[in-house]
Design a protein around this ligand. Structure first.
Ligand code: 4AD
Ligand code: MG
Length: 442
């Protein structure tokens, strides 16, 4: 349908052609002389309006009620001018085939359904305008991400999902274990199924990896190993955190983009983050016009103007000290943030670190990044201070032992980017299958 209606003439260049459309019925309007069937195939927001009269092949499927909202159809017809205001062309049906009928219990009928309700129907919600548009814009952002980094000489690195290290040190990792066998008895009483040592601790030696393993919270440390060999690299993959997931900005499973720049400092890092964000936002404004108009009209008024500003205007840079002062003046309650991660480079003041966050309206923290501590002695001292096990970071310390370089990077939460670019207010509606605690409709 995008191919037919997407061009400048909105399909008028196709008048008289016989075409086939395959998709799912969105609505059906039966009138005395003709019936209108709106079909969507997900290639774009627009439906193809198809008109059938009683002498067309397959009309009996309309009469018998086989054609209903949700059914999949294959329609062959001739492109004719449309009398309707919503489209320039429509398809006059020659032949209608129901590929898969739809039970009358199909839960997404035309009446407006809430996004909370749709969260409990994650398998069917991509059939709605909103979730179709989000999926296409998410795809465009992923494409633009790879395009930006590839055009700028970055190499894409696959960082592992199963790992032994906790990059952020915040203790938010999910543990991976095979200790509980999948037998019914073991699930009913898992305590009995977990092998323990004499002093009651979990006996990891009997587990699959023979030691504790976790789902990654960040691919950064792995990216650093490649940045100190291939220069600029980036990761783009799923990450997991068992934290504060009950908000509109947190997921237990989210995708992160983590560039790591070699021979670079915090200023280079901020410049890269800004250029990246401007590039991907510009890409969706230029390539997802129909979907962006939809978000502008139905999800967040004015979002297109705001995103255009992001592309055209420079970003405000504020130091930590100024930000704290501003917050104190605002008289709003706020807590001083936690201690910073072990890998962040110590500033000359001996107190603060070379770190940055990028905050955007509505979403808040979109990016977190820093210059990394490249000096072996400083890093060792920092690990000691935080009581982290130096032995387990032997390979990370090796990077400082053999040809260390100043380097910096950042992490961008991909779902927060989708939130920012679409105006969708809850992060659970930016990823196909959100993972968070609690009932799905929350
Ligand atoms: O600020 P964070 O924790 O930084 C890191 O993980 C660094 N290792 C990144 C780096 O320097 N390579 O996370 C980075 C970003 C956040 O700014 C936020 O956008 C997103 O990841 N994020 C989440 N998004 C959704 N749900 C969560 N639970 C998230 N936690 C972080
Ligand atoms: Mg952060």
């Amino acid at each position: 349908i995008a191919d037919i209606k997407g061009g400048e003439s909105e399909g008028l260049d196709r008048l008289g052609q016989t075409l086939t459309v395959r998709g799912w019925v969105r609505t059906l309007r039966v009138q005395s002389s003709v019936t209108f069937i709106e079909v969507n195939d997900g290639s774009c927001l627009s439906n193809m309006q198809c008109v059938i009269d009683s002498d067309a092949e397959g009309y009996d499927q309309v009469e018998s009620g086989l054609i209903a909202t949700g059914a999949s159809v294959c329609i062959q017809g001739v492109v004719v001018p449309s009398q309707g205001k919503k489209q320039k062309i429509e398809l006059k049906i020659n032949k209608l085939v129901t590929v898969g009928k739809s039970d009358p219990s199909f839960p997404i009928q035309k009446k407006k359904v809430t996004r909370e309700f749709l969260r409990s129907k994650a398998h069917l919600r991509p059939r709605t305008n909103t979730f179709g548009a989000v999926a296409r814009v998410r795809n465009a952002l992923a494409y633009a991400t790879h395009k930006f980094f590839q055009e700028n000489g970055f190499v894409w690195i696959s960082s592992p999902i199963i790992t032994a290290s906790d990059c952020e040190g915040a203790g938010e990792q999910f543990c991976v274990t095979t200790l509980i066998p999948s037998s019914k008895e073991a699930i009913d009483s898992p305590a009995d199924a977990i092998p323990r040592t004499e002093n009651g601790l979990i006996d990891w030696s009997q587990d699959f990896f023979e030691k504790p393993a976790f789902l990654t919270v960040s691919g950064q440390l792995n990216a650093e190993t490649y940045a100190t060999a291939l220069s600029d690299v980036y990761t783009f993959g799923p990450t997991f955190r068992a934290e504060n997931s009950n908000t509109s900005r947190h997921l237990a499973e989210f995708w992160m983009i983590e560039p790591e720049l070699a021979f670079a400092d915090l200023n280079d890092d901020m410049a890269c983050a800004t250029a990246y964000l401007q590039y991907v936002v510009k890409h969706v404004l230029e390539n997802c016009k129909e979907d962006m108009d939809f978000f502008n009209n139905w999800i967040e008024k004015g979002i297109i103007d705001r995103l255009s500003d992001v592309v055209e205007k420079s970003f405000v840079r504020m130091t930590y000290t100024d930000a704290v002062e501003l917050l104190l003046k605002s008289k709003k309650k706020f807590e001083f943030p936690d201690i910073k991660a072990f890998y962040m480079r110590l500033n000359d003041d001996g107190k603060t670190v070379a770190a940055m966050d990028m905050l955007v309206p509505r979403v808040g923290e979109l990016i977190g990044g820093s210059q990394r501590e490249e000096r072996l002695e400083y890093l060792e001292t920092r690990l000691d201070e935080l009581k982290l096990n130096k032995e387990s970071f032997w390979w990370y310390l090796d990077l400082r032992r053999y040809g260390t370089v100043p380097h910096a990077g950042f992490g961008l939460g991909f779902e927060r980017l989708v939130q920012f670019a679409t105006g969708i207010d809850n992060i659970r509606d930016t990823i196909p299958f959100p993972r968070a605690p609690g009932p799905p409709s929350r």
